[in-house]
Design a protein around this ligand. Structure first.
Ligand code: HPA
Length: 274
C-alpha cells in the first residue's frame, strides 16, 4: 500500500462526506446474488461506483455496483451492493479499497457475505454458514507491499479474524429467529474456475467447510485496519458429492437468492445487537 493510496482514500472519503455528512458505524458487503438486504435500508444517500472518484467499477453479473448509506436496525450503515473480486483482474489494493474507505468514513464493524461451495457431508444447498475462521493461503494477501503504519501494523495478528463476540451474537439471533446455522472454516481461492473434485477434496482435508472467491482479502484488510469482522456464507453448491457435479454461476445466484431472506434476518438482528 503506497502513500498515494492513502491520499486516494482521503480524497474519496472527503468526496462522500460532502454528500453524506454522517458516520456509518457498520459496513456491509453483499455477495453474489445477495442484494435484498440493501432494500431494507432506510436510504439516506446512494451513489454508483462509477460516480465515485478512484472507486473500481464492478463487472460481474448479479452485482449492481453502488454504495448505499442509511439506517438499518437503528444503526447508520453503509452497504456495498457488488464487490470487487481478484479474478476480475483488479489488483488486491483495488479489491480492498472499499473496505479501507469504510474505515475512513467511520465504520467500526464490517459484515461480509458471500456465496460459497460447501464441502461438509451435512451441508445442503441453501444452508447458511457462519464463518468461524478462514484459510487464505491460496490467494493473494492484500497487505503485500509497503506497509503504512498509520493504517495498521506490518504483521497483523490473525488469531481471531472473525470476532467471537459477533459470532456469539449471531448464534443468538439465529436461535431467536428459528434459523438453522451451520458453522465452519471458509477457504478463499482466486477463481474464476470452480474447483476440481481433487481441489474440493484437498480444501476439505485442510479443514475448510466452504470455499469461495471473495471475503478473505476484505477480512484481512479489515483486521489490519482494526475493524471487528463478521462473515457468513450461503452454500450455493456442493463440491463433494457422489453424483456428477456441474456447477454454474446461474445456479449459484439462484441458490443465494433463495437463502438470502434468512441471511438478511441474521444481519439485521446482529446489527441491532451491536
Ligand atoms: N467454489 C468457489 N467459489 C464459489 C463456489 C465454489 O464451489 N460456489 C460459489 N462460489
Amino acid at each position: 500500500m503506497t502513500e498515494n493510496e492513502i491520499r486516494k482514500l482521503e480524497l474519496t472519503a472527503a468526496f462522500i462526506k460532502k454528500y453524506y455528512p454522517f458516520e456509518p458505524s457498520v459496513g456491509i458487503v453483499l455477495g453474489s446474488g445477495i442484494g435484498n438486504l440493501a432494500r431494507e435500508i432506510e436510504v439516506e444517500y446512494q451513489v454508483e461506483y462509477s460516480a465515485i472518484p478512484d472507486f473500481p467499477v464492478s463487472t460481474v453479473k448479479g452485482h449492481s455496483g453502488e454504495l448505499i448509506f442509511g439506517k438499518l436496525a437503528g444503526k447508520r450503515v453503509v452497504a456495498m451492493a457488488g464487490r470487487f473480486h481478484y479474478y476480475e483482474g483488479y489488483d488486491v489494493d483495488q479489491v480492498v479499497f472499499p473496505v479501507r474507505l469504510m474505515k475512513y468514513l467511520g465504520v467500526k464493524t464490517l459484515l461480509l457475505s458471500n456465496a460459497a461451495g460447501g464441502m461438509q457431508q451435512d451441508f445442503q444447498v441453501g444452508d447458511l454458514m457462519l464463518i468461524t475462521d478462514h484459510i487464505s493461503l491460496f490467494t493473494v494477501n492484500p497487505l503485500i507491499g509497503t506497509n503504512q503504519e498509520s493504517i495498521g501494523p506490518r504483521f497483523p495478528d490473525m488469531s481471531e479474524p472473525y470476532k467471537k463476540l459477533l459470532i456469539e451474537k449471531a448464534r443468538i439471533v439465529a436461535r431467536e429467529e428459528g434459523i438453522e446455522l451451520k458453522e465452519g472454516i471458509y477457504a478463499g481461492v482466486t477463481g474464476p474456475s470452480f474447483e476440481t473434485r481433487a481441489e474440493y477434496q484437498l480444501l476439505h482435508l485442510a479443514g475448510a467447510a466452504a470455499v469461495g472467491m471473495s471475503t478473505v482479502q476484505e477480512a484481512i484488510a479489515a483486521v489490519h485496519l482494526g475493524l471487528d469482522v463478521f462473515a457468513m456464507s450461503i452454500i450455493t453448491d456442493l463440491g463433494i458429492r457422489k453424483e456428477a457435479n456441474i456447477i454454474t454461476h446461474e445456479e449459484v445466484l439462484e441458490a443465494a437468492r433463495l437463502a438470502e431472506p434468512r441471511l438478511t434476518a441474521i444481519f439485521k438482528g446482529l446489527i441491532g445487537s451491536i
